[in-house]
Design a protein around this ligand. Structure first.
Ligand code: HEC
Ligand code: HEC
Length: 217
């Protein structure tokens, strides 16, 4: 099946101008969203039935990319990423196979995106936008767009998480957890530990406000 698809793509590629319109096939493992929907009953209390969480402190999962969700579930399952509230489902996660974790990821990934509303505070918005888009070279803060994209969609292939529309209080607490090195599950977390080192509380609040209100036009 994949082979046939690749052949079709290659055939089209020879038509030069058409090639740009062909989507690159996703070679990553993909889960089964329908199977995943049967595995998430225990998660709805906090993350909502469709991955839109009930409180600002708890992350939305709707529309997040599969690779990122599956990797984070693996970290929770293995005890590398710790959180008091997620603790309640660790015994359950321990009974799931990698394939089932991927199915859960596929389910949430297929759910409609959450769209947030940024606080309408001119100064805060300006700071958030400028840090997100350009970083601050002098202060050693990288721009966020290189990995999370201009619209906050992240990078599904690479497993860089979507940040647009994410809950604001969660964005704040998790950026602080990277900064304090408390969030340190997996090699990817080192990237964010480094990116967050020079952020002040005010910067984090501004970035969270901006990302919460980001959406794709
Ligand atoms: C009692 C509330 C609660 C329940 C139930 C719960 N979660 Fe969570 N979940 C949280 C909180 C709070 C976090 C944020 C943890 C942190 O800050 O590190 C989280 C984080 C996550 C993340 C990482 C999100 C991110 O953006 O990094 C995933 C994935 C996740 N949960 C999946 C699940 C799944 C699947 C279930 C059901 C098996 C579940 N959760 C059940 C509260 C809960
Ligand atoms: C070089 C790539 C890169 C850059 C630059 C970068 N990030 Fe990240 N970001 C990542 C990766 C990879 C992860 C996942 C880390 C993990 O697995 O813990 C991540 C995770 C996050 C998360 C957690 C998402 C969640 O659901 O828990 C937030 C929030 C975030 N980044 C915000 C930012 C902000 C704000 C900036 C700019 C100041 C930034 N990132 C710059 C790659 C990057």
């Amino acid at each position: 099946m994949l082979k046939t698809y690749l052949m079709i793509v290659l055939t089209f590629m020879s038509f030069g101008s058409l090639a740009s319109e062909i989507e690159i096939p996703d070679l990553l493992d993909v889960g089964d969203a329908k199977a995943g929907s049967a595995l998430v009953a225990q998660c709805a209390a906090c993350h909502g039935a469709q991955g839109k969480s009930i409180a600002s402190d708890w992350p939305n999962l709707a529309g997040q990319n599969q690779r990122y969700i599956a990797e984070q579930l693996k970290y929770f399952q293995q005890g590398e990423r710790e959180n008091v509230l997620m603790m309640s489902v660790i015994p359950y996660l321990k009974n799931l196979s990698d394939g089932e974790l991927l199915d859960i990821a596929a389910f949430y990934s297929s759910q409609p995106l959450a769209v947030g509303q940024a606080q309408d505070d001119e100064e805060l918005l300006a700071l958030g936008k400028s840090l997100y888009m350009a970083g601050d070279l002098k202060r050693g803060i990288p721009s966020c767009t290189a990995c999370h994209s201009i619209n906050g969609a992240g990078n599904a292939q690479a497993g860089f998480p979507r940040v647009s529309g994410q809950q604001k209080a969660y964005l704040i607490s998790t950026l602080k957890a990277y900064r304090s090195l408390e969030r340190d599950a997996g090699d990817y977390s080192l990237v964010m530990q480094s990116a967050s080192q020079n952020l002040k509380d005010k910067d984090i609040e501004a970035l969270a406000n901006y990302m919460h209100g980001l959406y794709q036009k």
